[in-house]
Write a protein that binds this ligand. Structure first.
Ligand SMILES: NC(=O)c1ccc[n+]([C@@H]2O[C@H](COP(=O)([O-])OP(=O)(O)OC[C@H]3O[C@@H](n4cnc5c(N)ncnc54)[C@H](O)[C@@H]3O)[C@@H](O)[C@H]2O)c1
Length: 374
């Protein structure tokens, strides 16, 4: 697989050549160094439709897994969150020392009723050695892909072997991505859908009609979890909600809880947490935002990267309840951006943006402005 760090060396050569001859006249058009590949929503959809959503999530899961394996090399910080009564806007930065990435993402549960998306996002990938961005990308679609890829990756390590049926509670924007990633990566063949809004379930049934999954519409969460080995909760509500109560979770279940991802926004009854082995991405962030905000700050949790590297065990018995308390972490977005960057040459689905001011003499920024007057 091509490394995301290789492409822009020619740009650096050009920078060196310009430095050697600072008397060069600026061309009227932006220079090569000014240009940054940009993946619009339209181009992201072309990339997904060229590769195929399922294949793309499976390939992306490999990037996410590879980055979890080198967890200790990453700069890590809980995301920076600006809360309001309507929702949250967050910045999610990280770096592995060679590349730097960040995502801007919002979460506004009341948006859907106002005709907006609950979650929208965009992000940047940059070189650490010169600080230049190498890609700007939409990340609303990409977040759904990377979240589903991460959930399914975690389930491959944690769910009961041979899981075939997943309950999917909350059938909004993330729903079909989750179902398809679990089909491709975990091998489920049945999804049991429930949403408080039947229109959301009808939409998901329609979108999954050609998937090869057996899709069952349910009229309650209780009905949805019946016979499921995996339960995904993916609802959006800015409160301590109780999507699953203790009596709904039998032994041996894997819970993939992705909707509780903000202070004061959870999905599971506390008693379920007390019966589960809990797996998280990055404890300092999950203790603020995840289901475990309901527990004591020293309640034991296992970090997913330790399971992936084999440092610790995932599921150890058939009766165990495993819970992936997912809030979404910056390294997953970094991996997703890295993956998309590696598809640019292969698919050609991007445009170049004139994003970096590039005067022929790097110190003559003002002169560049004056010369632009013509
Ligand atoms: N962990 C992560 O990495 C991650 C990534 C993306 C989104 N999320 C979170 O996942 C959640 C879902 O995101 P989305 O983009 O699909 O949102 P969405 O608004 O498109 O869909 C949410 C759905 O949940 C349903 N719902 C609300 N309360 C419910 C209840 N009590 N029972 C059943 N259904 C209920 C709504 O009717 C809606 O259809 C959000 O809270 C979002 O913040 C987490």
């Amino acid at each position: 697989m091509q490394s995301a760090t290789r492409l822009p060396d020619s740009a650096l050569d050009e920078m060196t050549a310009r430095k050697a001859n600072p008397m060069n006249k600026l061309p009227p058009l932006p220079s090569k160094l000014a240009m940054v590949p940009f993946v619009s929503v339209d181009n992201m959809m072309r990339i997904v439709n060229t590769i195929g959503a399922r294949k793309m999530m499976a390939e992306m899961a490999q990037y996410i897994e590879a980055d979890f394996r080198k967890w200790e090399e990453f700069d890590k910080t809980p995301r920076v969150a600006a809360h309001s009564k309507e929702g949250v806007i967050e910045l999610m930065p990280t770096s592995d020392g060679e590349m730097y990435g960040f995502k801007y993402v919002n979460g506004h549960p009341a948006n859907m009723a106002r005709g907006f998306q609950t979650v929208t996002a965009f992000g940047v990938l940059a070189r650490v050695d010169n600080g230049y961005p190498i890609m700007l990308s939409e990340m609303t679609v990409l977040t759904a892909l990377r979240t589903a890829a991460t959930s399914a990756l975690a389930a491959r390590y944690l769910a009961p072997k041979g899981s075939r049926t997943m309950a999917m509670i909350g059938n909004g924007a993330q729903c079909e991505f989750q179902a398809l990633a679990f089909q491709e990566i975990v091998g489920i063949d049945t999804v049991r859908l429930y949403d408080i809004d039947p229109k959301a379930t009808q939409k998901a049934v329609r979108n999954l009609a050609e998937s090869g999954l057996s899709v069952v519409s349910c009229s309650s969460s209780e009905e949805a979890v019946t016979g499921a080995q995996i339960v995904t909760t993916c609802t959006a509500d800015k409160q301590y909600a109780t999507i699953l109560t203790d009596n709904m979770v039998g032994p041996g279940i894997h819970i993939n809880a992705i909707g509780g991802d903000c202070p004061g926004k959870t999905e599971l009854h506390k008693d379920i947490l007390l019966r589960s082995n809990i797996f998280v991405e990055y404890p300092p962030q999950t203790r603020i935002e995840g289901e475990i905000q309901q527990l004591n700050p020293d309640h034991p949790v296992t970090e997913l990267w330790q399971v992936i590297t084999g440092a610790t065990q995932g599921r150890i018995s058939v009766d165990q309840i495993t819970l992936f308390d997912s809030v979404g972490f910056a390294t997953e977005d970094f991996s997703a951006l890295r993956y998309v960057y590696d598809q640019l040459e292969r698919t050609g689905h991007f445009v170049e943006l004139d994003m970096i001011a590039d005067p022929d003499d790097p110190r003559d920024l003002f002169g560049m402005l004056q010369r632009a007057k013509g």
